[in-house]
Design a binder for this molecule. Sequence first.
Ligand code: 13P
Length: 254
Amino acid sequence: MRRPVIAANWKMYKTHTEAQLFIEGLRNRLQSKDYERVEIVVCPPFTSLRTVQTTIDGDDLEIALGAQDVHWEEEGAFTGEVSALMLEKLKVRFVIVGHSERRQFFGETDEAVNKKVKSALAHNLTPIVCVGESKEEREAETTEEKVRSQVQKALSGLKQEQVASLVIAYEPIWAIGTGLTASKEDAQQTIAFIRETVEARFPGAGSHVRIQYGGSVKPGNIAELMHQPDIDGALVGGASLDPEDFSLIVRYGE
Ligand code: 13P
């Protein structure tokens, strides 16, 4: 019922020529059944969006284009920012919002995340809303409190059907880029909790919203994660930079 979504978050990696080579490498490794089973999303830096979009379109590939951030205004005096309207016109379909690196290094607040989610939805972009606890919060057993608060604030003021249409990525901060993955049981448990939190606020949306796991996802651990009942895909950092690794992840390690 919920179509899995596997997304590559390249972060600040790859020039536009490297991005093109990656898409060609991925295309050569995937078969039509891979595109049918999962929704594949690639989120390059802004500078590679156009190149990736023309490469995808030129080959008629069923790969969705995603961005890594967005500003909440359509236009204005906001040096360095990019709007949802601009992304929409570039055929971008997804946008990552509230990644922990943006929260940690660029001071992104829950309120900013909420405004970005609303602007993305207003421009037909599917937000991938990132939430997750730090190592200290996990040790203090406040993981549920943290993700509940992040989810409720990010989705504040949305309509039920908007919430049903978006993607949430549960990314424990201590698992990002560290090689440490949450156990499949812990990931399942927290993701089921996020689903309950969504359902409590937006009755009916809980069974539709797709929730990914992110944090050191690799070809070797994707299968066990995808076998969990509430895990609907993955947001992949490091392992998404290599077309071989990413194609294996899309195929659940097979
Ligand atoms: P890694 O897969 O490199 O741990 O990164 C996860 C992530 O932050 C994806 O958004």
